[in-house]
Design a protein around this ligand. Structure first.
Ligand code: SAH
Length: 354
């Protein structure tokens, strides 16, 4: 049943601490019932910060000339993928700035094929490489990627317009999400929470958008201003505690409304609070994306201010993650792709087969 908009607005508008706690508890019960308390891990490789776009909020936007640009070569990516596999993560995510030139498309295709070969077809591959043509999405799918993350950023077309240059239309992004779905990817989407001029009504509509577009996995996080972007002026009025609370309420409301989807507890939550990831899990999230990119590249992939784990190597992150997951009484789905029950329930295609 389509979630009730008014109820969503009420959940997202809660102000009293005890009522907010009760909301998280309710979301946690729904999570236990529909997806359980096993956390799925996706090793995250931030493959490149080279970007052709100029999103007003993003630290790696094209016009940020203060940034040294990098991309990771094949040998190194395969080393990281092998490490991820040996850690039993089961699944990895490749994320980058946006590029659509032929050599880039070819490179990604080659990487997907080689990672598949390297791991005997066992490693699940998720891509997060922005807007591409349907043909490109299809090539990467056929090469072996099976999940794709493309946040709609906000489901309000007017708000979207205020955050992007005119050539990057809301309609095209939506079309991309639909193409991905048509091709057969498990599709992840999401929004930033706390954008300038975003209302609780917008956030409620975001959840309805996920429902209407039949999204399988959700990655949402607080918007955090970055000083080398046009939205840097928002830094002086930014309140980390409020941003965190609104993001956690959004996770909880999404879990309550959508039930069987995968929801990521994102790094941006941890940027606002040392225990942000755990708080996300307790508010209804069930996926974590530990960064496995070599630390020497991390400085270059600062999408927002204060991104954590700059110097933490992948092994240290893994240990800390395990401890934090166990500390809240949850377990880890090692060696599993961890597809969302939402996806499994509607498809008969074999995907989970490690
Ligand atoms: N280029 C790819 C993926 C990289 S950016 C794409 O467009 O999909 C990944 C996500 O980081 C974006 O979708 C956006 O939601 C988030 N992001 C960017 N800048 C941010 C900021 N200042 N605060 C919080 N999240 C941000």
């Amino acid at each position: 049943m389509r979630p009730n908009r008014q109820e969503l607005i009420e959940m997202l508008s809660l102000k009293k601490k005890d009522e907010i706690e009760a909301l998280y508890k309710r979301a946690y019960e729904v999570k236990k019932q529909y997806v359980g308390t096993k956390v799925y891990l996706r090793g995250l490789i931030e493959l490149s910060n080279i970007c052709t776009r100029n999103c007003y909020y993003c630290g790696i936007r094209k016009d940020n000339h203060l940034l040294e640009r990098y991309y990771i070569d094949k040998e190194e990516v395969l080393k990281e993928a092998r490490w991820c596999f040996e850690q039993h993560y089961g699944s990895l995510t490749i994320q980058t700035g946006e590029r659509s030139d032929k050599s880039w498309i070819d490179y990604i295709e080659e990487l997907i094929k080689e990672i598949k070969t390297l791991t005997d077809g066992k490693m699940g591959i998720t891509l997060s490489l922005g807007e591409q043509s349907e043909e490109t999405y299809l090539r990467w799918f056929e090469a072996g990627a099976h999940r794709y993350l493309l946040r709609i950023e906000t489901s309000n077309p007017e708000l979207y317009k205020s955050l992007h240059p005119a050539e990057n239309s809301f309609e095209n992004r939506l079309q991309c999400i639909r193409s991905l779905k048509k091709i057969g990817y498990q599709v992840g989407s999401g929004v930033m929470i706390g954008l300038p001029n975003q209302t609780v009504e917008d956030l409620a509509d975001d959840i309805l958008f996920f429902y209407d577009e039949d999204i399988d996995m959700i990655g949402m996080g607080p918007f955090i201003p970055h000083h080398q972007t046009p939205l840097a002026y928002l830094l002086s009025t930014f309140h980390p505690e409020e941003a965190l609370e609104q993001a956690l309420k959004m996770i909880a409301a999404t879990r309550i409304a959508l039930k069987d989807v995968n929801i990521a507890s994102t790094t941006a939550l941890q940027a606002l609070h040392p225990k942000g990831r755990e708080l996300g899990l307790l508010a209804g999230a069930n996926v974590l994306m530990p960064n496995i990119t070599d630390t020497r590249f991390r400085e270059g992939y600062q999408l927002y201010e204060g991104k954590p784990g700059l110097n933490e190597n992948a092994l240290a992150i893994r240990k800390a993650l395990e401890e934090s997951i166990y500390s809240i009484g949850e377990s880890i789905g090692y060696d599993e792709w961890g597809d969302s029950p939402h996806f499994k329930n509607k498809k008969n295609t074999p995907s989970e087969n490690l």
